[in-house]
Design a binder for this molecule. Structure first.
Ligand code: HEM
Length: 289
């Protein structure tokens, strides 16, 4: 990368972050979107009508991200998961999950750079996002580490079950079970400790920890932690019938807003609480789920 493109990248990032602050402030003063009208009119999911769900075929491409896989399973992006443009993903995560334009532009641009692709010209297949230590990393909530020769598009069902069973919150209105940020921190602590003890190739930089807690934060923000909905999203990578996302800010969830939950989750991670049990389990080759 030449000096010109580094400088233009810095300006682009500064621009995105400044814009993000303005959107965050505007979100604070503007009225929230009305329930039933969060997905914009004319977009897939308006009024809770998600396009037909079809599980992926053998030949389809899927990745380690349940949110992108779900969009492909509903045909919001190509069902094949192949030849997708970065701009297409940017547009659809905005309307499907109501993230701010800043988040929606930042993450796909980051992914394009990670894959050494041109954001505007090149296409990608979902599985390419599983580049190890790009965004994908060890010690995830839902998948075994790639060192265990696990295709990252393959979910690890016991991890999902354990995560959902760890939910301790209750919705005040309908008493449904809610996964809280504390629950997520506890499970992330365990996943990281177990991976560190059992995976000889384990690595997890601070940068990847933040990516991990950002992904985990979406469970409590976009899905409001509702275990019923998360069950369908995580096990089947399916948006529940009639489901509406929980982010009702008019400009969508900004980078600044999600960072609040990300920091809460990351601060609550206590890997050492699990370290001994994880080491013992690894020694006797026992699965600590
Ligand atoms: C272009 C946008 C996106 C890209 C490139 C992307 C990419 C990824 C990747 C590579 C992973 C695997 C990380 C790991 O190893 O744990 C991942 C996981 C995940 N992503 Fe995404 N993602 C995007 C958008 C989203 C959105 C919009 C949501 C929420 C609505 C989301 C929710 C998640 C969740 C819940 C996980 C699982 C985390 C875990 O297992 O610990 N992602 N994503």
């Amino acid at each position: 990368m030449g000096p010109f493109s580094i400088v233009s990248r810095i300006f682009l990032d500064i621009g995105v972050f400044s814009w993000d602050i303005l959107l965050t402030l505007s979100n604070l003063v503007r009225r929230k979107l009305r329930i039933g009208h969060v997905t914009p009119h004319g977009h897939p999911g308006y009024g809770g009508y998600w396009p037909e769900y079809k599980p992926p075929k053998e030949t389809d491409s899927r990745c380690s991200c349940p949110a992108l896989n779900a969009m492909a399973n509903h045909g919001i992006i190509p069902r094949s998961g192949r030849n997708i443009s970065f701009a297409e993903v940017e547009r659809h995560i905005r309307t499907t999950y109501n993230f701010s334009s800043t988040f929606c532009s930042f993450v796909p641009r980051f992914a394009a750079r990670m894959l050494k692709k041109d954001y505007s010209e090149d296409l990608f297949d979902l599985e390419e996002l599983d580049l190890h230590n790009g965004i994908e990393h060890d010690g995830s909530l839902l998948r075994l580490d790639s060192a265990f020769k696990q295709k990252q598009s393959t979910k690890h069902t016991p991890f999902i079950e354990e995560l959902l069973a760890a939910a301790t919150g209750r919705d005040r209105k309908d008493n449904s079970i809610i996964l809280t940020t504390k629950d997520v921190s506890r499970m992330l602590s365990k996943r990281r400790a177990v991976s560190r003890a059992s995976n000889k190739e384990f690595s997890l930089s601070s940068f990847h920890k933040i990516f991990g807690s950002t992904n985990a934060a979406t469970l409590v923000t976009v899905f409001g932690g509702r275990v019923d909905d998360l069950h369908s999203f995580l096990h089947d990578e399916r948006l529940p019938k009639g489901w509406e996302l929980h982010i009702r800010q008019p400009h969508g969830m900004t980078l600044m807003q999600i960072n609040k939950t990300v920091l809460e989750i990351e601060r609550g991670v206590r890997e050492r609480d699990w370290a001994e049990a994880a080491r013992e389990a690894a020694q006797f080759d026992k699965a600590l789920v």
